[in-house]
Design a protein around this ligand. Structure first.
Ligand code: ATP
Ligand code: MG
Length: 391
């Protein structure tokens, strides 16, 4: 039987005159991500994307999985496609929903009739369909309040569609609708979540990672690349910048007050990230910081970090508890990789007693006591970007 995936929009249905540009960004993401699933046609009507397999080799399961991670889609319905004929709907659709009905105990029917010329009204469709279902699956009972399965009949412009349950979409707005942001990506739990959250609000994500070999290993870098790869399922392809940071870290260790090491390191990271952003036309920085989580994430420390920034620094995890961040990390599948025990450059040379209330004047004085410029430039020259692709 002919099948289709209906992808229902969320917020973008309300975007007025801008709706079509949001739609086209989403359609582009959909087409790109479905490439590995075989051939599909993608069209739009009535705040819905119609994704239709074009031959038997098209992998519909995989397509549903990919589509459920595309921002802008709130709900996916995998349906059978039928003629707009009541007899056909009442007979053929029951074969299609058979598996779901066999395992359920209760159900209800929901009808949506956007084609008002269809000769049966929604309540009539529900009654007819409910009757047929009870006839064919006599173990079932109707429960309109809390059914195991909701059978939905949608009468749209060209066809009727029936499904027995929808799949939650990723929500948000399409990637590409909110500018470009540079994610400072470590190997930890928080920064991949931060990248996911900014992509959910439409940002195109690039990622920058600071490595400090031989203090940090190749495996640590591979872990970060793997995290970037995992979030491409949501963000799309990620331009990845890996900055050689060892020399700067050693100079910091040898030339700066120990208790300011972390904050100066973060300011230099921000400086390097910003210069790359300026070259790449990226408008903002993103970090995984959460207020008060560690010494470098107090408000005082953030003030000192931001004073080194010319562009906005977004911290989508700032008001979240670790447990809330972990919950998202599990959902987006980064958690198990994040907890692999490889060192990060931030944990190399960590001071025993970092200042939780650094004073900006002291921090700036400490930074200005040394000429960082040649080392910043050298680090940038040593940074070769490459693309991490959504598989
Ligand atoms: P995460 O779980 O994201 O590693 P964290 O709680 O370990 O965060 P920190 O190590 O203090 O916190 O880092 C704070 C933020 O700084 C990170 O969320 C990340 O955005 C950025 N960051 C830290 N280390 C690096 C690095 N080596 N390369 C790029 N960004 C980094
Ligand atoms: Mg970390």
């Amino acid at each position: 039987m002919k099948e289709i995936i209906l992808c229902k929009y969320g917020e973008i249905a309300l975007k007025g005159l801008n709706k079509s540009s949001f739609e086209s960004m989403m359609t582009k993401s959909v087409k790109r991500r479905l490439k590995s699933c075989g051939q599909f046609s993608v069209s739009k009507a009535q705040s819905t994307l119609y994704v239709e397999p074009l031959n038997d080799d098209s992998d519909v399961d995989m397509a549903v999985e990919k589509l459920s991670k595309i921002f802008g889609i709130v709900k996916l319905c995998r349906c059978c496609v039928l003629e707009k004929d009541m007899d056909e709907i009442l007979t053929k659709s029951l074969d299609y929903i058979e598996d779901e009905m066999e395992t359920a105990r209760t159900f209800k029917v929901d009808a949506k009739r956007s084609d008002k010329k269809f000769p049966f009204k929604s309540p009539e469709i529900c009654i007819e369909m409910g009757g047929k279902i009870l006839e064919r699956f006599p173990h079932l009972k109707v429960d309109v309040h809390d059914p195991d399965v909701v059978v939905t009949v949608e009468i749209r412009e060209t066809n009727a569609y029936v499904h027995a349950g929808s799949i939650e979409g990723a929500g948000g707005i399409p990637v590409g609708s909110s500018g470009k942001a540079m994610l400072l990506l470590s190997g930890g739990i928080d920064s991949p979540v931060a990248g996911y959250m900014m992509a959910k609000r439409g940002a195109i994500i690039s990622a920058i990672h600071f490595e400090a070999p031989p203090y940090t290993s190749d495996r640590a870098k591979m872990k970060v690349e793997k995290l970037a790869k995992i979030i491409t399922a949501y963000c799309g392809d990620i331009n990845f910048f890996c900055v050689p940071f060892t020399e700067i870290q050693e100079l910091l260790r040898d030339n700066c007050p120990e208790e300011l090491f972390t904050i100066l390191m973060r300011r230099l990271m921000m400086e390097i990230a910003q210069r790359i952003c300026e070259k790449e036309d990226i408008q903002a920085l993103v970090t995984g910081e959460s207020l008060g989580q560690v010494a470098s994430q107090t408000m005082y420390a953030m003030v000192c970090t931001d004073a080194a920034c010319r562009m906005p620094v977004f911290r989508p995890c700032v008001g979240m508890d670790k447990s809330e961040i972990v919950e998202i990390a599990r959902k987006i599948d980064t958690f198990d990789t994040s907890i692999l025990p490889y060192e990060d450059c931030c944990t190399v040379f960590t001071p025993k007693h970092p200042k939780t209330r650094p004073n900006l004047a002291d921090v700036e004085a400490a930074q200005n006591a040394f000429d960082w410029e040649p080392y910043i430039q050298k680090a940038i020259e040593g940074t070769k970007p490459y693309l991490i692709r959504n598989a």
